[in-house]
Design a protein around this ligand. Structure first.
Ligand SMILES: NC(=O)C1=CN([C@@H]2O[C@H](COP(=O)(O)OP(=O)(O)OC[C@H]3O[C@@H](n4cnc5c(N)ncnc54)[C@H](OP(=O)(O)O)[C@@H]3O)[C@@H](O)[C@H]2O)C=CC1
Ligand SMILES: CC(=O)[C@@H](O)[C@H](O)COP(=O)(O)O
Ligand SMILES: [Mn+2]
Length: 394
């Protein structure tokens, strides 16, 4: 029996993870669940899964949650508050696996703590890896942690790697990765209409049901930019070895091209329970609840080159990873600020790329060799992006 801690339990990945956990009560026991402030969903999850710990990051919500728990049949659950508590539960002795599913930079410190503690890290929180890069990968190799990709493309690539492959290493006979992308909701939208796209239109992903931030990232294709950087780190490849391919059906979740000309692909219905179950059962397999793929229903599959004029965020991500140093951290931080402003209707959809580009222009690719340097770059980039937004509004 493995103990699991789910960071970001109340989000889209967290809910899918608990769905998989519920199918395998003989293999997984929920030790800890965490939320930022969504205590209604957290309460229902506690009722269903009876964790030892529940963490609510927002202090006022944590107090409300404590009172609700105390007056319920769940009184034995220990309720912790604040961001420090995320680290505490991610490193508990009886936690074997940590699902890193907090959105954005807020997930970095607990995910990194899990890696340093030698846990099996099920990594959905791509922003944590993009912003910390080699620091994260070194923490994994130094501690002997097991790092398993949850992001559908990276999980697919991992499945297409040779037997015995460990993330972070080169697979010598693999010469290229074909990283698939749906193209998002605006793949065919006339360019002149893009500035008018609303948050509701941007989060209406054609194939995947996800949280709001990653859905906007898919619409700008910054999601693919972050995934490009994630793939360079996880599979030890140069950005030039990674070809982004728009595949609107989202049935192939990525491919690996080998030196002998073989191209291996992983396919399946677009449902995150597949990569989650794959990683949770690895190196075995177990049921995810996902229906078998109806290949006749799929009928045919299309592939297109991404248009960098339509998707400037993808170009910015290539520039950031090629520049190196703190630039991926800056890219990620500026994107988080820009997406938040867009979701709050403070800036236009097309301003997202402008904000990131103008923020990046204020930085040089200085060293990102320590956590302190990364956190400082993250904070400075957020400030830069906020100043750009003020400039746009003026
Ligand atoms: N959704 C998907 O299909 C996929 C997601 N991913 C990645 O997985 C991660 C999670 O995505 P997704 O589940 O869609 O996101 P959601 O927005 O649905 O969920 C985010 C989770 O993080 C919590 N959270 C938000 N802010 C904080 C904070 N400051 N401190 C602590 N916890 C916080 C939320 O808590 P609360 O509910 O209380 O606000 C919630 O549990 C992202 O990094 C995303 O890129 C990767 C591939 C696919
Ligand atoms: C499910 C998943 O892994 C997402 O990251 C997905 O890839 C988003 O779709 P896009 O290809 O549109 O970014
Ligand atoms: Mn993905």
């Amino acid at each position: 029996m493995k103990g699991i801690c789910i960071l970001g339990a109340t989000g889209s990945i967290g809910v899918s993870t608990l769905d998989v956990v519920a199918r395998h009560p003989d293999q997984y026991k929920v030790v800890a669940l965490t939320a930022n402030g969504n205590i209604d969903v957290l309460y229902e999850q506690c009722l269903a899964h009876r964790p030892e710990y529940a963490v609510v990051v927002t202090e006022s919500k944590a107090e409300e949650f404590r009172q609700r728990i105390a007056a319920s049949p769940l009184a034995e659950i220990k309720v912790l508050a604040g961001a420090e508590a995320l680290i505490e539960v991610a490193t508990l002795d009886n936690v074997d696996a940590v699902m890193a599913a907090i959105v954005g930079a807020a997930g970095l410190l607990p995910s990194l703590a899990a890696a340093k503690a030698g846990k099996t890290v099920l990594l959905a929180n791509k922003e944590a890896l993009v912003m910390s890069g080699q620091i994260f990968m070194r923490a994994v190799s130094d501690s002997g942690a097991v790092l398993l990709p949850i992001d559908s493309e990276h999980n697919a690539i991992f499945q297409c790697m040779p037997a015995g492959y460990t993330p972070g290493h080169s697979a010598k006979q693999a010469r290229r990765i074909l990283l698939t992308a749906s193209g998002g909701p605006f793949r065919k939208t006339p360019l002149e209409l893009l500035p008018n796209m609303t948050p509701d239109q941007a989060v209406a992903h054609p194939k995947w049901d996800m949280g709001r931030k990653i859905s906007v990232d898919s619409a700008t294709m910054m999601n693919k930019g972050l995934e490009l950087i994630e793939a360079c780190l996880l599979f030890n490849m140069d950005p030039d070895q990674i070809q982004v391919v728009i595949h609107p059906q989202s049935i192939i979740h990525s491919m690996v091209d080998y030196v002998d000309g073989s191209v291996l692909a992983q396919m399946g219905n677009p449902d995150m329970r597949t990569p989650i179950a794959h990683a949770m059962a690895w190196p075995e397999r177990f049921d995810s609840g996902v229906a078998p793929l109806d290949i006749f229903e799929v009928g045919h599959m299309d592939f297109e080159k991404p248009d960098l004029q339509r998707f400037p965020c993808l170009r910015l991500a290539y520039e950031a990873i090629k520049a190196g140093g703190i630039m991926p951290t800056v890219l990620n931080a500026a994107n988080e600020i820009a997406v938040e402003a867009f979701l709050n209707e403070e800036v236009k959809f097309t301003d997202i790329a402008i904000i990131i580009e103008r923020s990046m222009a204020q930085f040089t690719p200085d060293s990102a060799d320590s956590l302190e340097l990364v956190l400082r770059a993250d904070s400075r980039a957020r400030q830069a992006a906020k100043s750009v937004i003020e400039g746009l509004a003026a």
